[in-house]
Write a protein of this length. Structure first.
Length: 537
C-alpha cells in the first residue's frame, strides 16, 4: 500500500510541474509580493510588479532560475509582512524556499513577519528539498499536505522571537500531522517554540535519516513514541518544555511516561527532555543518552489509612525519599516510598535517584486536615488591602485563629487573632483585614485549642493588584532607572540563560550602569516583581 501511495504522489507532482511555465512562476511571485507588502521589503531589486506578460523574474532579488523555471526563492530577513498566498503552490519547480523571518528592524520598533495560515497549496511544491518558514507568526495548524513534499531534507517552521517580551511563543497550533511520516529524506526538522499540542505521532520509524529534531517549547502530551528508538543518525533531539511569562516560569510540559529504549541514539548526540512530566522511569536506563532531564513536574502524594506514599518511578532501591512536615525534615528513607503521618500539617517529599543524579523530584503539598474542619480559606486584594475569609463546618475546643503572614512561605509573623467558636457543629464564617500586605503575601492560620495544642492551615498567597515598579528607558543605553522604590532595596538582574549578571543594593532614583553589559534581553527582579529590559548600547 505504501508503494501505491508513493507512486500516486509522484504522478501528482509530475502533473503539476509539467503544466507550469516561467510566466506562471512570475505571477506566483507577484502574488507573494503583493500579499507580503513587497513595497516595504528591505531588498526588492529587480522586482517589477508592473511588468508585462513574459517579463522574466530570473535575476530578481532572491530568485534563482534553472531550465527556464524558478528553482530557488530566498527572502530571508527581508521584512515580509502579511500572509502567504495560496499561489505559492504554483512555483512547482522550486527546490529551495526560504522565507525565514526574525526581522532585523525590530530594534527600531518594527517587527515584520508573515502571519496567517500556511496554505494547503504548499503541498504542491513536490520538488522542494529545502523549506524554511521559521521566525514568522503563523496561526492555524500545519497542513497535512506538507506530507507531499517527499524530497524534503530540511524543514523549519519554528518560532524564534526577537525578544521574550514580544510574543515569546508562536501561535501555530493543532496536532502534528501524521503525514510527516512521508518525509523519509528529512535530515533537519525544527517545529520548536510553537503551540502545537497533543501527542507526538509514532511515524519516526520512517524518518531514520533525521540528524536534527527540535520540538521544544510546544504543548506536547503523552509519551515519547517507540519509533524514537530508530533515530540512529540523530545529533540533536530536543523535547524540552520552554517556560515564559505568559505560561508562567513554574509551568511544566505534559510529556511524560516511560521513555523507550534510546540506545540506538549515538552517545555523542545532544538529547534534552527537561521541564516536562517525567519521573525516574526510563531515565535510569537511558541515562547515558540524556544530556538534560532536570526540572520535571511535581508528583502527587497518595494516602491510605494514614500512610503517605509517592510514585517517583525508577528502581525504588536507588531512590532516597526525604519527607517534610510543615517544611521541616521529618524522615529520610532509602528504598522506601512510604511515610506514616504524625498529625495534621502540610506534607511533601523530595526524591533523588543515585543513577539519575541531575533530577530531583518534588511532590505536591499534601494536607492532613486540622481538628477544626475548615472548608474554605481565601484571600482577595483590592487596592492596598487584603481581605481574608475562611469557613468551618465543625470545631472542637477551638480557642481561635492566629493569622500569620510571610513574604517567602517559610518565615511567618503574627498579624492578628480571631476568636473561635469553641465546640460547634454548624457553619461559621470568619474574616480578617490585612491593611499592609506585601506585593506577594503568603498567609496561613494557626488554629489554637484551649489546651494550647495547635495546627496550621494550608498556605495561600495573594498578589497586590497594582504593580509599584517600572523601568525606563527600554531599550536601555548605558543607564537604567527603576521608579517606585521607596527605600534602598536589593536588585538582581540575570540574562536569558538564567545567569546572574548583577546583584546590588539600589536607592531611589539611583541609576544602574549598563554600559558594560552585552546587548540583549535581561530580567530585573526587585522583591517579588520582575521586569524585562533590552540593553542596546
Amino acid at each position: 500500500m505504501k508503494h501505491y501511495c508513493f507512486i500516486l504522489a509522484f504522478l501528482f507532482s509530475v502533473t503539476v510541474s509539467s503544466g507550469q511555465t516561467l510566466e506562471d512562476d512570475r505571477l506566483a511571485l507577484l502574488s507573494l509580493y503583493n500579499s507580503t507588502n513587497g513595497a516595504g521589503w528591505i531588498n526588492k531589486t529587480g522586482w517589477n510588479p508592473g511588468g508585462p506578460t513574459g517579463d522574466s523574474p530570473c535575476g530578481w532579488f532572491g530568485v534563482t532560475c534553472k531550465d527556464n523555471r524558478v528553482t530557488e526563492l530566498n527572502l530571508e530577513n527581508n521584512s515580509l509582512t502579511g500572509s502567504l498566498p495560496a499561489d505559492i503552490g504554483n512555483l512547482s519547480a522550486l527546490v529551495s524556499l526560504n522565507l525565514k523571518g526574525n526581522d532585523p528592524l525590530w530594534l527600531q520598533g518594527a517587527y515584520l513577519t508573515i502571519s496567517g495560515t500556511i496554505p494547503a497549496q504548499i503541498g504542491n511544491l513536490s520538488n522542494l528539498e529545502y523549506l524554511d518558514l521559521g521566525g514568522n507568526k503563523f496561526s492555524g495548524s500545519i497542513p497535512s499536505s506538507i506530507g507531499n513534499l517527499i524530497k524534503l531534507t530540511y524543514l523549519n517552521i519554528n518560532y524564534v522571537p526577537v525578544d521574550v517580551g514580544f510574543d515569546p511563543i508562536g501561535t501555530l497550533e493543532g496536532s502534528f500531522p501524521s503525514s510527516l511520516g512521508n518525509l523519509v529524506n528529512l535530515k533537519y526538522l525544527d517545529l520548536s517554540l510553537q503551540n502545537l499540542n497533543g501527542s507526538i505521532p509514532d511515524v519516526f520509524y520512517n524518518l531514520t535519516s533525521l540528524e536534527y529534531l527540535n520540538l521544544a517549547g510546544n504543548l506536547l502530551s503523552g509519551s515519547i513514541p517507540p519509533s524514537f528508538s530508530q533515530l540512529s543518525n540523530i545529533t540533536l533531539l530536543d523535547l524540552s518544555y520552554v517556560t515564559d511569562f505568559e505560561r508562567g516560569y513554574d509551568s511544566k510540559g505534559l510529556l511524560g511516561g516511560t521513555i523507550p529504549d534510546l540506545s540506538a541514539i549515538p552517545i555523542s548526540a545532544s538529547v534534552y527532555i527537561r521541564d516536562n512530566s517525567f519521573t525516574f522511569d526510563g531515565i535510569e536506563a537511558n541515562i547515558s543518552r540524556l544530556d538534560s532531564y532536570y526540572g520535571q513536574k511535581n508528583i502527587p502524594i497518595t494516602e491510605t489509612s494514614g500512610v503517605l506514599s509517592v510514585n517517583a518511578g525508577g528502581t525504588v532501591t536507588n531512590n532516597t525519599y526525604k519527607w517534610y512536615k510543615d517544611n521541616q525534615l521529618v524522615a529520610t528513607n532509602i528504598g522506601n516510598e512510604s511515610y506514616t503521618v504524625t498529625g495534621a500539617g502540610t506534607y511533601k517529599v523530595i526524591v533523588t535517584n543515585s543513577v539519575a543524579a541531575n533530577l530531583t523530584l518534588t511532590s505536591k503539598n499534601y494536607e492532613i486536615p486540622l481538628p477544626v474542619t475548615m472548608v474554605a480559606f481565601e484571600g482577595k486584594n483590592k487596592s492596598t488591602i487584603t481581605f481574608l475569609t475562611w469557613q468551618t463546618t465543625s470545631e472542637t475546643t477551638n480557642k481561635g485563629f492566629e493569622i500569620q503572614r510571610s513574604k517567602d512561605a517559610i518565615i511567618f509573623e503574627n498579624i492578628g487573632f480571631i476568636d473561635g467558636s469553641g465546640d460547634s457543629k454548624v457553619t461559621n464564617d470568619y474574616s480578617f483585614l490585612d491593611k499592609n500586605p506585601l506585593p506577594l503575601t503568603y498567609y496561613r492560620l494557626k488554629q489554637i485549642d484551649y489546651d494550647g495544642k495547635f495546627e496550621y492551615s494550608r498556605i495561600i498567597f495573594v498578589k497586590k493588584d497594582n504593580d509599584r515598579l517600572s523601568v525606563y528607558p527600554n531599550p536601555v543605553k548605558e543607564q537604567l532607572f527603576v521608579s517606585g522604590l521607596e527605600k534602598e532595596e536589593s536588585i538582581i538582574m540575570h540574562n536569558m540563560e538564567g545567569r546572574v549578571v548583577l546583584e546590588q543594593k539600589l536607592r531611589p532614583l539611583q541609576p544602574i550602569n549598563t554600559s558594560n553589559f552585552s546587548n540583549g534581553l535581561y530580567i530585573i527582579k526587585v522583591g517579588e516583581e520582575t521586569r524585562k529590559i533590552v540593553i542596546q548600547n
